[in-house]
Every structure is written in structure tokens, then in C-alpha cells.
Design a protein around this ligand. Structure first.
Ligand code: URP
Ligand code: ZN
Ligand code: ZN
Length: 470
């Protein structure tokens, strides 16, 4: 199959120009003015942006968590992603206690087989190096294309690891060329605060935020940075939500240390007062780290503008409000943590980042496409528009008006974090490796089209030869 995209404004992290793009098979083969080629499919992109497919490095599909399982499986989660212009994501495999990494990885491969709508890779969330996976097994994962290890410094009694496990994993990463990712919060201190709140009868959703103060995020962020420095591993801090965590990352980067950070769409728009909404509605915004006081939002915009933070992800971890979030009606600590977001990252960051003058269009591409691809071993196959790269392309109509709503989104969640928000600018056509995925508001490809991508090690490039398996 061949596709010709005519006359669009091609925007990458570095460039912004009008040209045609021609993809033959699954890759881009020509870019130029008024290309003289025949194609099976021609898309008129005059007046539209032609963007690289977005890459989301932080999602949780079909994941057991918080006494339940996230509501979006691979098919619904990835469909939701596709409508939002995301063509590749990296999902978290969670090692169960006592489980080998191989078993955990097999389980996650099984979840996606035959269902995948977009391409994906996997991170390995390490939870047990005592009775579960061994250090040797951990070291073998990059050979299977799993080139990042994730550690939770919170969720005591569930996913949380101690500093020994964190440090040993960092040492393995320093040897194997994997990237260490941390959920940075002080889980021990939070556990004490949660118990004290419940003992005092403080059970409403707002106590989720009050028992996870910003300092607990700042302390863990700094601890992870210092330990990674000792171990000699690169570090990526996920879902940074507040000034207390931004500052140690900024300091580390000023020193030239190998430290990187991401924030997520919701932290720019949702503040701690959302948790106070009546009739338990506040539970919709119970995710971790929690929504912060509003003044943190400007801190985050500045951080993504100046590359203190290099990625905006979604942390898509969707639940139903009715039936899942309500498990915590009488006890905020039983509300499953997380929210849906895969479909609206590009909408929201285009509207409130680019259109409101906070970041440039090039920087949007860098934050949503190019940097996640580079940091997670997907670049240059993913994350840019150039000859030889995968033809993962979003034809984006900057004039199309869209109202974000659970009534039209494709996640199975019964609510949307940004319900009722009006944006101007929306994906019109989405291509995955040259195959039309979304067109005229419909998913036009069959589940199964998505491939597992074996990612390159940190700092290495992913070339077509080391490519994907179905
Ligand atoms: O509340 C959240 N963020 N849920 C997903 C798990 C995590 O901590 O990323
Ligand atoms: Zn987390
Ligand atoms: Zn997460």
C-alpha cells in the first residue's frame, strides 16, 4: 500500500515546512514539494499539520491494581490512543511477588496478542528480587527489547520496593544500558499519614492529597537521583507533579547528570480542590501523585518549556467511577488510583500549550513524540517525520472544534478527567506504519495491526533492522 499526503505543514521537533509525504509499504520513502508519484491513497492536507504519531511512554492497560483491574484492555486503551493521535506507547509489565520476569512478560504479551491497535513496547516493573526474578534475569531483559526498569517507591504493601531493590536494579541498569524509571514518593511516610488520617475519621477523597504532601515526592525524587548517581545508571522520574520534585531534577540537570523527568497532562489542569467535589465525585481525580495546589501548574509549564522536564505522558490508568472508584466511598485509601488520559493529551497540550502561547508547536512535538521516542529507544523509527522512519503520521486539523467528553471518548471509563473542555484542533487522519487507522471519526483498521516493538538500549537508536515482531 502507498499513501501520499499532499501539501500539509510538516512539523517535527526541529522543522516546520510545507511539503508532500509519500509512504510506500510501512515507511516514509519521499518528502518533497509537489511530488510526482502515484499512490493507492491520497490525503489532501492543505491547511493541516502533519505530525509524527505521538508516543506515550506511561500507560497501564489491563493491569491489576488497587483491588481491581484497570478498565481499559489493550483494544479499548489503544483505540482511545489512536483517536488521540498516539500510535505507539510503552506499557508497564508488573512482576507479581514471587514471579519471574519471564512469566510476567509472557502474561503481558498474551494480553496484547491479536488485540493490538497501535504499536507498543514494555517496561518491566520490578517488585521482588528476593523470591521472584533474579539479577541475571533482569539483566537479560534488554536483549528481549525491554530496555527500561520501573520501581515504585510508594504503594507500601503492594508495589513498593525498598532502597536495596531500587539500588540493585540501578546497578544492573548501569551494566545493561537500561533506563531506570521511578515513581518517586516516600511510601513509608505516606503510609503513616494515611493510617493517622483514617484513625481520625478522615475518609473523604481530599485526604488522598493531604496524606501525600509534595515534600514526600521531593524527598523520594532526590533520593532516587542520588542513588542513581552512585550506581551510575540513567534515571527517569515519572509523573512529576510539583515544585518539590521539579527542583532536584533541575539541579541534577544543571550539573549535567543523566537525569530526566516527565509530567502528565492532568497536572497542568487539575488542582487539589477537584478532590473536594461533592457526592464522591472528587474520587474521579484520585491518582498518584495527587492533584496539587494550583501554583504548581505554572512551575510545570516552565519546566516543560525549559527542558527541566522532557516528556508529557498520560499515565493512563483508567477505572470506572461507578463500581471501581466507589470501592473507596467510606475510605479514600481504597479508591483505585488512576484516571483515563490516552485520548486527550494532544488535544489538551495543543489547546492550552500551543494555542495559549506557553510552548511552540515544535516543542509540543518534542514533548509528545520525539523525546519519548529518544529516551525509550524508539527513535528514529518513531517520534519524527523523515525518510526511512515508520509512517506513523497524524494529519491534524488546527481549526476543528472538539468538546472532550466521556460520552464520545473511546476509553471504557465512564468519566473523563477533562469533561466539557472545548478545544480547537483535533486529529483528522491517523496512520500507523502507512496503514490508515483513524479516518472520518472511525477506527478503520482491525485489532491485530499493532506490533510489539523491541526497543533499543538507552542512548542507542532503533533502526529498521532491529524492528518489530507481530
Ligand atoms: O494513580 C496512578 N498514577 N495510577 C497508576 C499507577 C502509577 O502510580 O503510575
Ligand atoms: Zn506511579
Ligand atoms: Zn503510572
Amino acid at each position: 500500500m502507498s499513501v501520499l499526503i499532499r501539501g500539509g505543514r510538516i512539523v517535527t521537533a526541529a522543522d516546520d515546512y510545507v511539503a508532500d509525504v509519500y509512504a510506500e509499504g510501512e515507511r516514509i520513502s519521499l518528502i518533497g514539494e509537489s511530488l510526482d508519484v502515484q499512490a493507492d491513497k491520497v490525503i489532501d492536507a492543505a491547511g493541516k499539520y502533519v505530525l509524527p504519531g505521538c508516543v506515550d511512554p506511561h500507560t497501564h492497560l489491563d493491569m491489576p491494581f488497587g483491588g481491581t483491574v484497570t478498565i481499559d484492555d489493550v483494544e479499548s486503551g489503544q483505540t482511545s490512543a489512536a483517536f488521540g493521535g498516539t500510535t505507539c506507547h510503552v506499557d508497564f509489565v508488573i512482576q507479581g511477588k514471587g514471579q519471574s520476569f519471564a512469566e510476567a512478560l509472557d502474561t503481558w504479551h498474551e494480553k496484547r496478542n491479536g488485540k493490538a491497535v497501535i504499536d507498543n513496547g514494555f517496561h518491566m516493573a520490578v517488585t521482588d528480587l528476593v523470591e521472584g526474578g533474579t539479577l541475571d534475569e533482569l539483566a537479560s531483559l534488554p536483549d528481549q527489547g525491554v530496555t527500561s526498569y520501573k520501581l515504585f517507591m510508594a504503594y507500601k504493601g503492594a508495589l513498593m520496593v525498598d532502597d536495596e531493590t531500587l539500588f540493585r536494579t540501578m546497578e544492573v541498569a548501569a551494566e545493561t544500558g537500561a533506563l531506570v524509571m521511578v515513581h518517586a514518593e516516600n511510601g513509608d511516610a505516606i503510609d503513616v499519614l494515611v493510617k493517622q488520617a483514617l484513625a481520625a475519621g478522615n475518609t473523604e477523597p481530599k485526604y488522598h492529597a493531604l496524606t501525600r504532601p509534595p515534600e514526600t515526592e521531593g524527598e523520594a525524587t532526590n533520593r532516587a537521583i542520588q542513588l542513581a548517581r552512585v550506581a551510575g545508571s540513567p534515571l527517569y522520574v515519572v509523573h512529576v507533579s510539583c515544585r518539590e520534585a521539579v527542583e532536584p531534577i533541575q539541579l541534577a540537570r544543571e550539573k549535567g547528570w543523566n537525569v530526566h523527568g516527565e509530567t502528565c497532562t492532568q497536572y497542568f489542569f487539575v488542582d487539589d480542590t477537584f478532590l473536594e467535589r461533592p457526592d464522591f465525585e472528587g474520587a474521579k481525580w484520585v491518582y498518584t501523585p495527587p492533584p496539587r495546589p494550583k501554583e504548581n501548574q505554572d512551575v510545570l509549564w516552565n519546566a516543560v518549556r525549559t527542558d527541566v522536564l522532557s516528556v508529557i505522558s498520560t499515565d493512563h490508568c483508567a477505572f470506572l467511577w461507578d463500581g471501581q472508584k466507589t470501592m473507596g466511598r467510606d475510605d479514600f485509601s481504597k479508591i483505585p488510583n488512576g484516571g483515563p488520559g490516552l485520548e486527550n493529551r494532544l488535544h489538551m497540550i495543543h489547546e492550552f500549550g500551543v494555542r495559549h502561547g506557553r510552548i511552540t508547536l515544535n516543542r509540543l512535538v518534542e514533548l509528545l513524540c520525539t523525546n519519548p521516542a529518544k529516551l525509550f529507544g524508539l527513535y528514529p523509527r518513531k517520534g519524527t517525520i523523515a525518510v526511512g522512519t515508520d509512517a506513523d503520521i497524524v494529519v491534524f486539523d488546527p481549526e476543528r472544534r472538539h468538546t472532550i467528553s466521556a460520552s464520545t471518548h473511546h476509553s471504557k471509563s465512564d468519566y473523563n478527567l477533562f469533561e466539557g473542555t472545548e478545544v480547537t484542533g483535533s486529529p483528522e487522519v491517523v496512520l500507523l506504519r502507512g496503514h490508515p487507522l483513524v479516518e472520518d471519526g472511525e477506527l478503520v483498521a482491525e485489532p491485530g495491526i499493532g506490533q510489539f516493538v523491541k526497543r533499543a538500549r538507552f542512548g542507542e537508536e532503533l533502526r529498521p533492522a532491529t524492528a518489530a515482531t507481530a
